[in-house]
Design a protein around this ligand. Structure first.
Ligand code: GLV
Length: 389
C-alpha cells in the first residue's frame, strides 16, 4: 500500500479506482489543453525566497474568505459530477471540508442535490450557479439554496457555452454512464467504485432531474448546457441576480481587468480569477499570470480569489503572495475523493495544509496575511498584458 504523502499519490490511486470516463472528465482541458497545462507550469516558474534566522513559531494559516472564517484560505471548488467520482461524492467532500474548516462549494451540475448535502452537513456550504434561460428554474434553485442554509452564492460567468473537451465526447460522458461495451469492460475493473454506486440512489444530476423543464437528455451535461444555459447573460442580469439572491455573492470566471472592474462595480463580495481549470477558452492566459493585473485593477475594491492550477500548498502560498485572499482546490480534492472517499478528501486537505504551513516557515513567515511579493522570485515578463488596442 502506497504511503500517501502528496496529491500525486492520491492521483495515482484515483486513476486506478475510478472509471475512465469520469477520470478523463476531470483530467481534461478544452481543445489543445494549452491553458490547462499553462495553469500548472506557470505556477512552477515562480520561485520562493528562502529566509533564515527569523522567528517561525506559532504559525497560523487561519484567515477569512468572503466573510467566512477558514482554517486555511483554500475552498473546495465547484466540480460537476462529483458524485460520479465516488458514491455520494458531494456529501463526502462537504463533510470533509466542514471538518477541516474550509468552505465546500456545491456545483449546479452535482449528482447529490442541495437538499442531500444540507441533510448530511451541519454548517452552511456555498452554492454555485450557472445562469439558465428558465427564470423559474433559477428562482427555484436560489430558493432551494437559501432553504438549505447556503450563505454564499458562487455565480460562474465563464461557461454559458461549454468548451469542447475531446475525451468527453469520445467517451460519451453521461451520468449515470451508458452501458456501451467499452464502458462495461472498463467498469468491470472498478469493483470498489461499482459497489459504492450500487449502494446509493444518487446517480443522476440531482439539482436538475425533476426540477428543470425541456431537457432532452438529462444524463448528458453537453446537451443540457447547450439547451438550458442563458447566452444573453450580461452585467445587468448579474446585478439582478445579486438582488434576487440577497446574500453573499462571489463571481467566478474573471480573467480580465476590465471584467474585474465590472464585477467590483456590481458589488460582488469576492471575485474568482479563473479560466475554469483550462476547460473553457483554450488559449486564454493562466490564472496566476493574470492575477497581478487584476490586483492592480481592483485589489482595493473587492476581495480577490484564485482558482485554476492549484495543486499544492506551495501554489496556494504563491497565489496569496501575489495578492489573492483565497484559493480553490478542484482536481486536487477529486483525486482524494476518487482514491479514498471522505478520508481521501481530508487527506488532500491535510497535505495542502502541511505544504502551505511548512513553506511559510521556510520563507520566514508566521501568518498567511503577512505573505507578499517579497516572498517570491518571479521571472521577468511573467505578468500577463495584452496589446493595447
Ligand atoms: C463544469 O463545470 C465543467 O467544467 O465541466
Amino acid at each position: 500500500m502506497t504511503v500517501v504523502t502528496t496529491l500525486q499519490d492520491l492521483h495515482s490511486l484515483y486513476r486506478r479506482r475510478v472509471p475512465r470516463m469520469f477520470y478523463d472528465y476531470t483530467q481534461s482541458g478544452s481543445w489543445t489543453e494549452q491553458t490547462f497545462r499553462d495553469n500548472t507550469t506557470d505556477f512552477a516558474q515562480i520561485r520562493l525566497r528562502q529566509r533564515v534566522a527569523v522567528d517561525m513559531s506559532d504559525r497560523s494559516t487561519a484567515s477569512t474568505m468572503a466573510g467566512r472564517d477558514v482554517s486555511m484560505p483554500v475552498a473546495l471548488a465547484p466540480v460537476g459530477l462529483t458524485g460520479m467520482q465516488h458514491a455520494d461524492g458531494e456529501i463526502k467532500a462537504a463533510r470533509a471540508a466542514e471538518a477541516f474548516g474550509v468552505p465546500f462549494t456545491l456545483s449546479t451540475m452535482s449528482i447529490c442535490s442541495i437538499e442531500d448535502v444540507a441533510e448530511h452537513t451541519t454548517k452552511p456550504f456555498w452554492f454555485q450557479l450557472y445562469v439558465m434561460k428558465d427564470e423559474d428554474f433559477v428562482a427555484r434553485i436560489l430558493q432551494r439554496a437559501r432553504d438549505a442554509g447556503c450563505d454564499t452564492l458562487v455565480l460562474t460567468l465563464d461557461l454559458q457555452v461549454l468548451g469542447q473537451r475531446h475525451k468527453d465526447l469520445k467517451n460519451g460522458l453521461s451520468a449515470p454512464p451508458k452501458l456501451t461495451l467499452p464502458t462495461m469492460i472498463n467498469l468491470a475493473t472498478k469493483w470498489r467504485w461499482g459497489l459504492g454506486m450500487l449502494g446509493t440512489k444518487r446517480r443522476f444530476f440531482g439539482n436538475i432531474v425533476g426540477h428543470a423543464k425541456g431537457v432532452s437528455d438529462a444524463s448528458s451535461l453537453m446537451s443540457w448546457t447547450a439547451e438550458q444555459f442563458d447566452l444573453q447573460l450580461d452585467w445587468a442580469k448579474v446585478a439582478r441576480l445579486k438582488e434576487q439572491w440577497g446574500g453573499r455573492l462571489v463571481l467566478k470566471g474573471i480573467l480580465d481587468a476590465e471584467d474585474a472592474k465590472m464585477a467590483a462595480k456590481v458589488g460582488a463580495d469576492a471575485i474568482v480569477v479563473s479560466n475554469h481549470g483550462g476547460r473553457q477558452l483554450d488559449g486564454a492566459v493562466s490564472a496566476i499570470r493574470m492575477l497581478p493585473d487584476i490586483m492592480d485593477a481592483v485589489g482595493d475594491d473587492v476581495e480577490v480569489h484564485l482558482d485554476s492550477g492549484i495543486r499544492s500548498g506551495q501554489d496556494v502560498l504563491k497565489a496569496l503572495a501575489l495578492g489573492a485572499r483565497g484559493t480553490y482546490l478542484g482536481r486536487g480534492y477529486i483525486y482524494g475523493l476518487g482514491a479514498m472517499g471522505e478520508a481521501g478528501v481530508r487527506k488532500a486537505l491535510e497535505i495542502v495544509h502541511k505544504e502551505l504551513d511548512t513553506t511559510m516557515a521556510l520563507c520566514g513567515e508566521r501568518h498567511v496575511h503577512d505573505l507578499g511579493p517579497h516572498n517570491l522570485i518571479v521571472p521577468g515578463g511573467f505578468r500577463a498584458s495584452h496589446i493595447p488596442g
